[in-house]
Structure formats: C-alpha cells, structure tokens
Design a protein around this ligand. Structure first.
Ligand SMILES: [Mn+2]
Length: 368
C-alpha cells in the first residue's frame, strides 16, 4: 500500500483553555466498551474527544462503530485520527493481487469493516464476487464511509499535546513524518524517546511492556512526556478501554478513567502479593504441559522454564505444540474492602482486576 509512504496529514485544532479533552484509542469495534467508557467519564457536548486510531476491526461491530464515529464527528466535538486498522479507503487503489489477502483476512477474522459491509450488501463474506466487482459494489453503497476514512488525519497537535496512533519521532517536524511512521510501530515506548511536550499514542497494548504482572492502565511517563493508552480492549480477555483525561490542553495535568465489563465485588480477606510471578503473552506463549488437570494444568513456559498452573481452557494445541491464552500466576496484594472486577471464578479462587492490574485472589468475595 502506497499510503504509508506518503507525507502525514496533521491537523491543528484550536482548543480553548480549560476545555476538557478526552483521548480514547483502539476501540476495535467494541461499542459496549466505548459506550460504557463514555458514560463513566460523563462525556458531554462541552468535551472534546480525540479518537486516537484503530476504532475499527477485531471486534464485532466495525460498520456500526464507523457510523457512530462519523455522526459524532459531524456534531463537532470529536476528532478521529487514523490507525493502521482504519485505512480501508486504500482498498480502492489495491490491485487484484490483494484479493487473496482479503479473503484470507476475512476467513481468519470473521469480522471487520469489509465483513460488515459485505453482509449489508447481502453478500456472503466468505464467497465474495471477484475483487473488481466487490470494490464497485462497495464504492456505490458506502461512498460516505470511505470518504470519511480517506480524510482522517494521521496526527493532531494542540497546546502541549501531540496525538498519533502508534509513534512520533523527535528528530523531525511532525509534518515531515510518513504515514507509516505514525501508524505502525510496535513497542515504540521501549525505544526510549523523550519530548518537551506530550505525545499520546495507542496501538500497542500497554501490558506488553510488563514482564511479571499484567497492568492495563495507561502508562503516563511524566519525565519523557509520553502517554501510552491502549488497554487491549478486544485483544485481551482482561483488557480494558482507557480514556486519558486532559483538563486543559495548555497544561501538563493528566489523569485517566478505564472501563471493563467485569462484575465488581468486595474483597473480604487480606492477601499478600506473590513474591514472584510471570506474564505469558501471545507470541511467546508456548508451554509444555507437565500435568493436565480438568480445571488447571501444571505447565512449563518453554522459553523461560518457568512453571505455573494455567487454566486448562486457556490451553490450545495444534497437535505438535501447545500454547496458552495470555495468563499470569500473580497473586494480587489486597485488603479487605478493596473492590475488584471478577474475570474468572474457579474452584480455588478468583482471577480478578484491581486498579487495572490482573491477578489471583484466593479469599472470599461479597455477594454484590
Ligand atoms: Mn494499531
């Protein structure tokens, strides 16, 4: 795709001092999380909401999410930014060689914008007509949607803040970035850059920066002036959708709110944190099953040799190798009275979230 080599489109909105700015990224077509988060932060017409890319794909409702973002943008207090999952307007410049990629993608995901559009066209997404015909049908029916996506900015700068989906580089002016530089960089925060004013990015789930615990809260680095806000909504079972809250665009004050749907209960017993723990994540999840049990299986993480119990339902195998869903054996430090979100209920206890951190709790919980 040529678009990623092109010069980035940057917008510089005028934002009044003292107007609350909210930043959400990586909604990934998850409308219940999006609505839940907007309710939780009390989003209203006086706020300015910046959607920092990847509002589409992976989740269940891409087309509905897109139309909702379009309607909100029309109202004037939402600024959407393009993410690497929102670049579907480029499909019209793709040649037929791309047809196979598209079919593979639809078969793999069984969701996404083109999947939803095919269904609305009464087509079977797994049995699309030839690529040129499909593109003709799309452009006829969804002209407004593609025009909107085509015009999305790749970065926003206002006051003390710059917003881009994945990355910004300090060694060149923002306007001189290529689209691909802003939209595609995994683990950009690890590259160690620092800035005089704030850079806010999404794209890379923040818990992937952790080694031994799982924390979905935004990283707010006040020394390097970087905020990473992707809480892995849709991507991780215990993920959350984060909202960065900027009370005044000219000042360095920042806070956040997060939404996840887990039922909240009260901890009834104190519990100390485990002395050591690990976080096994996608891409590095190969395990050897030492003892398979019905509910839990004793496993050894192949790369590190670390042994832990993993929920047996988290294990999946292609016959030769076994991998596991993202998991941790971290035991959370908790005090009676703490409120936790319950992700899993098991015979030996609960897998819960406390202030954005996931881990085990082996005591009792309140009924409500
Ligand atoms: Mn992304």
């Amino acid at each position: 795709m040529g678009m990623y080599d092109e010069r980035a489109r940057v917008v510089y909105p005028e934002i009044e001092q003292g107007r609350r700015v909210l930043v959400i990224s990586d909604i990934h077509a998850n409308l219940p999380y999006f609505h839940g988060l907007l309710r939780k932060v009390g989003f209203c017409d006086d706020d300015l909401l910046i959607l920092n890319g990847d509002f589409l794909e992976k989740g269940a409702e891409s087309l509905r999410t897109l139309r909702e973002v379009m309607a909100m943008t029309e109202k004037g207090n939402v600024i959407p930014v393009m993410g690497n999952c929102d670049d579907w307007a480029a499909i019209f410049s793709m040649d037929t060689h791309w047809e196979k990629n598209l079919q593979g993608y639809l078969r793999f995901r069984k969701s996404g914008l083109l999947w939803d559009m095919a269904l609305e066209l009464d087509l079977d997404p797994l049995e699309l007509p030839d690529f040129e015909t499909f593109k003709r049908l799309l452009s006829a029916r969804f002209a407004a949607e593609f025009a909107f996506l085509d015009k999305l900015p790749h970065a926003v700068r206002a006051g003390r803040y710059t917003f881009a989906h994945a990355a910004v580089y300090p060694d060149k002016p923002l306007e001189e970035h290529r689209v691909g530089e802003l939209l595609r960089c995994d683990a950009w925060y690890k590259l160690g850059y620092s800035f005089d004013s704030w850079v806010v990015v999404g794209h890379y789930p923040v818990m992937l920066y952790c080694d031994d615990i799982v924390c979905a809260n935004p990283i707010i680095d006040r020394e390097r002036h970087i905020a990473c806000i992707d809480g892995a909504c849709v991507l991780k079972d215990d993920g959350q959708l984060n909202c960065l809250i900027i009370p005044d665009i000219t000042r360095d004050e920042l806070s956040f709110e997060a939404y996840d749907p887990f039922p909240v209960r009260t901890v009834l017993n104190d519990q100390a944190a485990s002395e050591h723990s690990t976080y096994i994540r996608w891409g590095d999840s190969r395990v050897q099953v030492l003892k398979r049990g019905e509910e839990f299986s004793r496993c050894r993480h192949v790369r590190t040799g670390y042994e832990l119990d993993i929920l047996t339902k988290y294990l999946f195998s292609d016959g030769e190798f076994t991998d596991c869903n993202d998991c941790t054996d971290y035991v959370l430090p908790l005090k009676a009275g703490d409120r936790v979100g319950v992700v899993e209920t098991c015979s030996r206890g609960y897998f819960v979230k406390h202030n954005g951190v996931s881990g085990w709790y082996f005591g009792a919980l309140s009924e409500e």
